[in-house]
Design a binder for this molecule. Structure first.
Ligand SMILES: [Zn+2]
Ligand SMILES: [Zn+2]
Length: 557
């Protein structure tokens, strides 16, 4: 039973306004004393944001870190990195039990064993269909089809109503492996009465319905079968259905499968443990690739996103210790470029094509299908669940806005365009945004996690754009130079347009500036620093059209 002060609130901390780093809180109770559950704890990729040296971003969970005594549990919908990838880093700040399926638990565990200092996370394994009671919440795992095994929507029951948090899902009557999105289950929820539907927006801009994984599988099999020589297939390591289709296709035509890349090896191990690869011949290790006949092998590779250290990139550069491809071999990209990765992928494709290798992508062949619902599928979900409130989630601004329009057209009475940090009251009363709370991103920089506001990143960007000049000057107590100033530079062109050496030019300017300073001023290190700094930047700007960073070190001797 809810008391008069109780409220049910939704507070996304990641994933609304970007695709990635999903993390959403649901809270229940009176304003000053809410209890919370966290749904997903994912990471994002920094590559697209022009952040030199940052590959991974995490949601800023400050709000719930401070409230962690009221955090009842972390509920993971599925094992994609944008849903679990921040757990290892962020869990020690939260320390609440983490509910996961067996497959997700297996992946987290192998990762822990492979990462020194990874914390031992308190995992609670759940089964599909299971209910977990946590304070005022009753959370039911409802299986859905997606591009990784054991994906779930969550039916979150509270004294103030039922929220369906879809997680990532699609409709696929023949998913090849894994769960179906059950019409019956979602209709039942609809009959029970859905207060709010928090739903995947990734493909809301696409009409119709996604093709089935089974069709992809059929097509992949044909492409593997009629390949004259070696075949390499690159796909998302976590897509076990795809790994299985490739393995079955290989068996059909008498080829052996070699798994290449650590991420894929790990997934294959966990998938085997969970029984998803049952009945298939064992995979071969990469060193077998060299001696298997060219028409008797299929390599499954990591690196479909162009990651420079992954197997495919290294093979394209002919730098892989075990795997080499040659003219006439076929590489299938059973994947789609995540926005931001197109260039890196393009470079790999071009390099392979130059070597005479045949490339097949989803632009011309059905070799990949998204795991997210298109408009036709979304319409079904709205028909089944008939929510009073719709909250578009899992999307960039455009996706969320399109989804909001779409949800209204599907009959949702209230549509809330929430963003990371908006506190939405779902009940009682009309749904509305009642507060804005701290949210944002953290960056994984080397092995340190830093806040978005830190100086290091704008500095690094500046250095990348215009380099740096360093000047060291020694001055004695009479204001005389003790030896010649030392000038060095990084990231500047060697010569100006007239062919003069840039460093000489800078040294001359430093000399002139110092000469021009009255002796009394030269005894003031700060004054020297300012004058040299200004002189060097303006001289380089004149010569080059860019102003580098400039460090002036004045030493008093
Ligand atoms: Zn997913
Ligand atoms: Zn996702």
């Amino acid at each position: 039973m809810a008391s008069a002060q109780d409220e049910l609130v939704f507070l996304p901390l990641g994933g609304l306004g970007e695709i990635g780093m999903n993390a959403a809180l649901y809270g229940f109770g009176p304003e000053m004393n809410r209890q919370w559950i966290l749904v997903d704890c994912g990471m994002g990729f920094g590559g697209e944001e022009n952040l030199p040296g940052i590959d991974v971003v995490y949601p800023d969970l400050r709000f719930i870190e401070e409230e962690r005594h009221n955090l009842l549990g972390i509920f993971i919908t599925h094992a994609h990195e944008d849903h679990i990838g921040a757990l290892v880093e962020m869990w020690p700040r939260l320390r609440a039990p983490v509910y996961v399926t067996r497959f997700a638990a297996g992946l987290l565990e192998t990762r822990r064993l492979n990462e020194p200092n990874a914390p031992k996370i308190e995992l609670k394994e759940i089964a599909p269909g299971q209910h977990i009671k946590a304070g005022p919440f009753d959370i039911e795992y409802v299986p859905v089809a997606h591009s990784i095994p054991e994906s779930n929507a969550l039916a979150i029951r509270t004294p103030l109503g039922l929220v369906v948090h879809t997680g990532d899902w699609k409709l696929d009557p023949t998913p090849y492996l894994g769960s179906l999105t059950s019409e019956e289950a979602f209709r039942h929820l609809g009959d029970e009465g859905v207060l709010a539907l928090v739903c995947d927006s990734t493909n809301v801009v696409r009409e119709g319905e996604s093709p089935s994984e089974a069709d992809v599988s059929k097509n992949l099999a044909a492409l593997i079968k009629d390949a004259p020589h070696r075949v390499a297939v690159t796909t998302f390591a976590s897509n076990v259905a795809r790994i299985r289709s490739v393995a079955e296709a290989a068996r059909e035509c008498g080829r052996e499968v070699v798994i290449v890349g650590r991420a894929m090896e790990r997934v294959a191990d966990v998938a085997t443990e969970c029984g998803f690869l049952e009945g298939l011949p064992e995979f071969r290790s990469p060193d077998a690739f060299g001696y298997l006949p060219r028409d008797k092998v299929v390599a499954l590779l990591t690196g479909s996103q162009g990651e420079p250290r992954a197997a495919l990139a290294r093979i394209a550069q002919d730098e892989h210790p075990d795997i080499a491809l040659s003219a006439g071999d076929r590489v299938i990209f059973s994947s789609r470029a995540i926005p931001g990765n197109e260039r890196a992928i393009g470079a790999i494709i071009n390099s392979l094509v130059e070597q005479g290798i045949e490339i097949i992508t989803d632009r011309t062949e059905l070799v990949h299908v998204s795991g997210h619902p298109r408009r036709g599928e979304l319409a079904q979900m709205y028909r089944w669940t008939r929510p009073k409130i719709a909250i578009p989630a899992h999307g960039e601004a455009l996706h969320l806005a399109e989804h909001a329009k779409f949800a209204r057209a599907q009959g949702a009475q209230e549509v809330v365009q929430a963003r990371n940090g908006t506190l939405v009251r779902l009940a009682p009363g009309l749904a509305e945004i009642i507060d804005r709370l701290p949210a944002g991103r953290l960056y994984k920089d080397g092995n340190i996690v830093i806040a978005a506001g830190e100086r290091a990143l704008p500095e690094r960007r500046k250095l990348a754009f215009a380099g740096i000049v360093t000047v060291a000057i020694a001055i004695d107590d009479r204001g005389e130079l003790a030896g010649d100033p030392i000038v060095d530079a990084m990231g500047l062109p060697e010569k100006n347009r007239q062919g003069e050496i840039m460093l000489d030019l800078i040294a001359d300017v430093v000399g002139d500036v110092l000469k021009g300073l009255p002796k009394a001023r030269r005894r003031d290190p700060e004054a020297v620093e300012t004058a040299v700094h200004r002189g060097v930047r303006s001289a380089v700007n004149e010569a080059w059209g860019k102003k580098p960073a400039c460090h002036v070190l004045v030493v008093e001797v």
